[in-house]
Design a protein around this ligand. Structure first.
Ligand SMILES: [Zn+2]
Length: 290
C-alpha cells in the first residue's frame, strides 16, 4: 500500500533544531533527491532537515488528499481497529465510570477525539460502541465529506486552532499524523491539555527501527516528503515521556510490504514482525500522567 505523498515543490524551508533534545548538530542520514533526513547526534531523532514551514505543509491537504482517503477509508478504518485491538485499547478505555452515590444518573458516554480523522470512518466505529465523538481534520474537503456522509461533528482545523476545552476527552487517537507535524512536541502538549488525567492517547506512525527502514534507508516507503519526522521506538517514547505521558503499550506490525520482492518473504516476515518487534509501523498507547 503506497502512502499518500506530495511531490517536492517550491516551499520555504529552514533548518530546525531537534524537537526532542534541542540539539543543533544533525548528522546527514538519507538523501532523497529534493529533500533529506538527518539524525540528531545527541538523541537519535530523525527529522527532515531543512524542514518546510507549517503553512506550506497545511496547504498540501486539498481535494486530492480527500480523493486518496475516501477511496481507502474503510480499509484504513479496519487497520486502525486492528491496532486498537492489539493495544488492548477497549479494555483499558471502557472501564465503567463510578456512579455518584444516591443518584440514578447513568454514567456519561466516554468521549473520543480523532485528530487527523480524514473522513471520520474510524469515528463511526467509536459511535457504534456508544462513544461521544469529535474529529479534527486539516483537510477541509475531507471534514465536509465526513460531516455529510456520516453525520459526525468534524472540525476543519488543526488541533491547536480548534481551541477545544481542557480535560474534555477520555481518549485521543491520531493515526499517521505525528510524523507530518512541524511541532510534534506542541501537539503532545495540546493533547495532554485536552485529556482528562489518566486519559489515553493512541498514536500510529512508521517505525524507523523496523526491518524495512534498515534495509531500504533513503528508499524506504516512509522516507517521503510529507514525513517531517521518522520516529523509532526510543525517540517516540522519549518524546511522550518528556511531555507528561506514561507509555503503557507499543506494538509493531508489517514485516514485508505488499509488492516487494521476493514475495515469499511476506508471510513469514509479517508473522514474525509483531512478536519480535521489527514491524514497519508502530502503534503506541500512552496515558496522561495525573
Ligand atoms: Zn535530539
Amino acid at each position: 500500500m503506497k502512502t499518500f505523498a506530495t511531490n517536492p515543490r517550491a516551499e520555504t524551508s529552514r533548518p530546525r533544531p531537534c524537537v526532542l533534545c534541542g540539539g543543533a548538530e544533525p548528522t546527514p542520514l538519507w538523501e532523497c533527491g529534493a529533500f533529506r533526513f538527518s539524525r540528531c547526534r545527541s538523541c537519535g531523532l530523525i527529522q527532515q532537515n531543512p524542514q518546510p514551514e507549517a503553512e506550506a505543509v497545511l496547504a498540501r491537504y486539498d481535494e486530492s488528499y480527500l480523493a486518496y482517503e475516501a477511496e481507502r477509508q474503510f480499509e484504513y478504518r479496519d487497520l486502525e481497529l486492528l491496532a486498537l485491538a492489539d493495544l488492548d485499547f477497549w479494555k483499558r478505555a471502557e472501564r465503567p465510570a463510578p456512579r455518584k452515590a444516591g443518584t440514578d444518573t447513568p454514567p456519561a458516554a466516554p468521549r473520543v477525539l480523532d485528530v487527523g480523522c480524514a473522513t471520520g470512518a474510524l469515528l463511526t466505529s467509536f459511535r457504534d460502541r456508544g462513544w461521544a465523538c469529535l474529529g479534527v481534520e486539516a483537510c477541509a474537503p475531507a471534514a465536509a465529506y465526513g460531516r455529510a456522509r456520516f453525520g459526525l461533528d468534524l472540525r476543519a482545523s488543526t488541533l491547536e486552532a480548534a481551541a477545544l476545552e481542557a480535560a474534555s476527552f477520555d481518549a485521543i487517537h491520531a493515526s499517521h499524523l505525528i510524523e507530518h507535524l512541524n511541532e510534534p512536541g506542541a501537539f503532545l502538549d495540546e493533547a495532554r491539555r485536552l485529556l482528562v488525567p489518566g486519559g489515553l492517547l493512541v498514536l500510529t506512525t512508521p517505525n524507523a527501527d523496523g526491518l524495512l527502514a534498515r534495509l531500504f534507508r533513503a528508499s524506504w516507503r516512509s522516507a517521503i516528503y510529507d514525513h517531517l519526522y521518522l520516529f523509532s521506538r526510543g525517540t517516540l517514547v522519549a518524546l511522550l515521556e518528556s511531555r507528561g505521558f506514561v507509555v503503557e503499550r507499543l506494538v509493531t506490525w508489517g514485516g514485508w510490504a505488499k509488492g516487494l520482492r521476493p514475495a515469499f518473504l511476506k508471510r513469514p516476515l509479517d508473522r514474525a514482525a509483531k512478536p519480535l518487534g521489527f514491524g514497519d509501523v508502530m502503534a503506541i498507547l500512552a496515558r496522561r500522567a495525573e
